[in-house]
Design a protein around this ligand. Sequence first.
Ligand code: HXC
Length: 499
Amino acid sequence: MRLGGGEKRLEAQRSKGKLTVWERIEYFFDEETFEEVGGFIEHRCSNFGLDKSKAAGDGVVTGFGLVNGQLVYMAAQDFTVLGGSLGEMHGRKIANIMDMAIANGAPMVTLNDSGGARIQEGIGALCGYGEIFFRNTKASGVIPQISVIMGPCAGGAVYSPGITDFVAMVDDTSYMFITGPDVIKTVTGEEVTKDTLGGGDVHLKKSGVATYVGADDESTLDWVKVLLSYIPANNDAYPDRTPSKEPQLDAKELESFVPSNPNKAYDILGVIDRLVDTGSFFELQDKFAANIVIGFARIDGISVGIVANNPKHLAGCMDVDASDKAARFVRFCDAFNIPLVTLVDVPGFLPGTDQEYNGIIRHGAKLLYAYSEATVPKLTVIMRKSYGGAYICMCSKHLGADMVVAWPGSEIAVMGPKGAVNVIFRKDIAEAEDKNLRAKELETEYSEKFANPQMAASLGYIDNVIEPAETRGTLIRYLKSHLGKEQITPRRKHGNIPL
Ligand code: HXC
């Protein structure tokens, strides 16, 4: 049964640098824990001589097993059987294992390696996809869903990964696109390769579809195993707590690491590494919208979701892609009981026609919505500057943050000094003898007014002003005191998040 499409095709698979479907399964699951489901199922189509090409399992292996002791369900396509194409029975097998994953409250991992809809089966194939998309949607927010693209994933097939929570791809051997290079050439005349159209690099850096791209099958599956260690089995469960690991980097360095001049850049990763348990930061989508950083980490062994502006890229401004990236992550954490820690150093939303034309209003609103809707513990640290709408949307008190702390030099204002002075003192500056000097004076006055968190704290929008070195300890205390948080929301069918 494990021969799939036969030795020759298995060898062809290996020659492309890919593992075979059973090698992948054996690599992924704890030894001898995988139980196959529906291994004898065959297709029942005789169109175009398909009755002469049958293989037990119909090109997909489904089942469940343990990953580091945790129950996980899987559907793994076998490219050696009819190109891993999805027909009626193949689709039915995937739908069945998804139903089992939902019923038993365990993560669903899909290994995609397929030529797409099985052309000979017509409606049988389309129906198979439709049933999977339906279940992907029903399972969303109930069990974690992870897609691993380990070969072709083309046409409508991309929409199952498109709905799932995380998409990992294998570099060089996988690609995802709605229409392939040949169709594009015929329709528009544009010439592209599979890789430049939908390879790992494209989806990691440009489209934001991929959460991670691994060098080969093994390292990509390893990444999925680490991901699973941060997240719970379902929406009624909590992530495992591990022993605390104090950061090796000195927290006292935070003060000098973050330059006091608000216009100076630094890499937020250096801050995160000084706050979370050693080596625990697991960044997601690191090459997409790098102006915001998202990922899981552990603080005192508690799994948390980190959302942080990164002044190293675009000065840490919010833009269309950063809003989308952060909003989806916030919603995942909220659905799966993972507390949110937000680190703020943001000059505002990126100005300009490019952002406006691309719908920064619509996209920025997603992050506001996601944070407002989230009922998990929400802790916010304002490190340096926090201006305007971006201040509000980076999990401020106004969006329901449970605890907000600020470092002593942080600024909270409607906008930065230069812009503000030009608006409110335009006349004053125009009438001055030395306009530059007057503008500078007014900027200093404005900065002195807002260059500390005093006003926000006196109004109760900041709960405490702490030294940078105290941040980890404060977060640990706040996390522990909020783990039992419960928030009842009014009955409704669902909200209407701006999409
Ligand atoms: C039936 C398929 C198939 C398919 C591949 N095969 N795709 N059979 N339906 N969709 C078969 C091939 O005929 C071949 O059979 C075997 O699988 C291996 O395929 P090769 O072409 O030899 O492999 P390779 O050279 O590696 O090329 C892989 C490929 C190519 C790029 C994926 O097979 C391809 O372009 N396939 C068609 C892709 C496609 O257009 N799919 C439909 C997308 S639309 P033999 O017997 O010769 O070994 C879609 C709609 C979904 O999916 C809608 C849902 C809403």
